[in-house]
Design a protein around this ligand. Structure first.
Ligand code: URA
Length: 216
């Protein structure tokens, strides 16, 4: 029998997963556009809010906007983004994707965002994921994994191993900018490993979708 205290834990856990500060993505994005919670807000041209499908199969979290994203106000529209899209298309994961970042403003000279900057932006990331409810989350690079899950390890040791965030499967992958700098396609190269990771994501997505349609 479930004890009263266990019941409370179950309920509060369940509620915690669903509560969002912002009641809609529109409200969240409006707050992001006005945001001045960290130093990056002083340096940006524009806030880079997420783009893509709002009931996605997959949400991809990057590290931070780069120059082109800062100019256009959209995530993953530069060289890294184009390459990421090519990889997703190759495994037919491209049609239903939501793109976002660990921080929404470009760090000067594309430096890594600081712990304070990541912390300041985290409530937006958590809320948007709770609102769009992706079936699977892809974290591109170690900063995205640490930003979402708090796990601080190298991406070499994290990639390819499933993690869990609020009941959603999370796959860490190499950042596309790193793959552009490491073009080898040989067995066990970063690109080859990413190919394996994306195939694992594709298979898991098929299993999740089959389970969901079985339940309906
Ligand atoms: N563009 C983004 O939006 N995020 C990244 O992490 C890299 C490029």
């Amino acid at each position: 029998m479930v004890k009263q205290t266990q019941l409370f834990e179950l309920q509060s856990d369940d509620i915690a997963q669903k509560l969002t500060f912002y009641s809609s993505l529109e409200k969240l994005n409006q707050a992001c556009i006005r945001c001045d919670r960290c130093f990056l807000s002083q340096k940006r041209h524009q806030v880079v809010i997420a783009r893509g499908e709002t009931q996605p199969d997959i949400a991809i979290i990057g590290e931070a906007p780069e120059k082109k994203e800062d100019k256009l106000g959209q995530p993953f529209v530069g060289d890294s983004g184009k390459f990421l899209m090519k990889m997703l298309q190759a495994v037919k994961l491209d049609p239903n994707v939501y793109f976002t970042n660990t921080v929404r403003c470009r760090p000067p000279n594309n430096r890594k965002p600081s712990a304070e900057e990541i912390k300041a932006c985290k409530p937006y990331l958590i809320d948007e994921l709770r609102l769009v409810k992706p079936k699977i989350i892809l974290c591109a690079g170690a900063t995205a994994v640490a930003g979402l899950t708090g796990k601080r390890e190298s991406i070499t040791s994290l990639r390819g191993k499933w993690l869990n965030w609020e009941g959603t499967a999370v796959m860490p992958i190499f950042h596309p900018a790193y793959l552009l700098r490491n073009p080898s396609l040989q067995k066990d190269s970063p690109k080859w490993q990413t190919w394996q990771d994306l195939i694992a994501v594709k298979l898991k997505l098929e299993r999740i979708s089959a389970l969901k349609s079985h339940r309906c």
